[in-house]
Write a protein that binds this ligand. Structure first.
Ligand SMILES: *[C@@H]1O[C@H](CO)[C@@H](O)[C@H](O)[C@H]1NC(C)=O
Ligand SMILES: *[C@@H]1O[C@H](CO)[C@@H](O)[C@H](O)[C@H]1NC(C)=O
Ligand SMILES: *[C@@H]1O[C@H](CO)[C@@H](O)[C@H](O)[C@H]1NC(C)=O
Ligand SMILES: [Cu+2]
Length: 235
């Protein structure tokens, strides 16, 4: 229900503004639009906790995009302000399609499209977890990630190649909001901006937050970079 209104009211103007900004015509307007919300980026991992940046440095990537996380690890995704992204479980066979419940298999986790929140899953076994961003065209531009992907066969690289092969033919997905639960890893809570309390308790974390202006302004550039990276990946 969010998607159409969101795209029309927010995303398209934002992308349009970013494009103008890239041409240097509306720099001051874009600068004044900076949102003064403290959104932490992923802190360093600690025992039992692993952290992933969503839309790292304004690019259409998860960073790190594939991790090895033992059972019981809490993996937390840090969403930036600006352009909305999602962490949506999919399958190796269908990288850009949400993993719906089927037969005796439960549905995947899904943050839904979000900005400025954190979303955590608890790893429940050592099987691979595949996920993608359901924002329009992001998955087909390679915005995918994995947890416990094997080193051979169905690797993270093969998964990302499959997403890139879909490219612009990637089906547009609906966003029905957050879904808890999941397969091989479960979310027990919906996304929320809960990191500020823990972040203030951490004395050593340096501020490396990127402003929303930067994220927005680099969105179009990121699209191009990701597209080029996709082409390179095939050569
Ligand atoms: C993660 O799940 C395991 C069971 O699979 C549970 O024992 C553990 O307490 C959970 N961790 C957190 C932080 O909820
Ligand atoms: C779940 O489904 C698979 C195949 O779809 C089947 O092999 C398996 O026996 C089923 N397990 C249960 C507990 O029903
Ligand atoms: C990332 O995926 C590759 C396979 O594509 C694997 O060999 C590597 O170990 C993975 N990295 C991590 C940190 O799990
Ligand atoms: Cu995205």
């Amino acid at each position: 229900m969010l998607t159409a209104a969101f795209l029309t009211a927010f995303l398209f103007p934002v992308l349009a503004a970013a494009q103008y900004d890239n041409y240097g015509t509306t720099t001051s307007a874009a600068t004044s639009a900076t949102v003064a919300v403290a959104v932490p980026s992923a802190p360093a991992n600690t025992a039992g906790f692993m952290n992933v940046d969503v839309g790292f440095q304004g690019k259409l990537v998860f960073n790190p995009a594939n991790i090895s996380a033992p059972v019981g690890t809490i993996v937390t995704f840090y969403f930036p302000s600006g352009l909305a992204h999602s962490v949506s479980q999919s399958s190796f066979a269908n990288p850009c399609t949400y993993l719906a419940a089927s037969g005796n298999t439960s549905a995947g986790f899904d943050s839904g499209l979000q900005t400025a929140v954190q979303f955590s899953i608890n790893i429940t076994d050592n099987q691979p977890i595949w996920y993608h961003c359901k924002q329009v065209k992001h998955c087909g531009l390679g915005m995918v990630g994995s947890i416990n992907a094997p080193a051979t066969g169905n690797t993270f690289a093969a998964f990302q190649s499959a997403a890139l092969a879909l490219g612009s033919s990637e089906a547009t997905e609906t966003d029905s909001g957050p879904v808890t639960g999941g397969v091989h890893g479960v979310a027990t809570a919906k996304p929320a901006n809960t990191a500020s309390t823990t972040a203030s308790a951490s004395s050593s974390s340096s501020s490396k937050s990127s402003g929303s202006t930067k994220v927005v302004a680099s969105a179009c550039l990121a699209l191009s970079v990701a597209a080029v990276a996709g082409l390179l990946a095939y050569n």
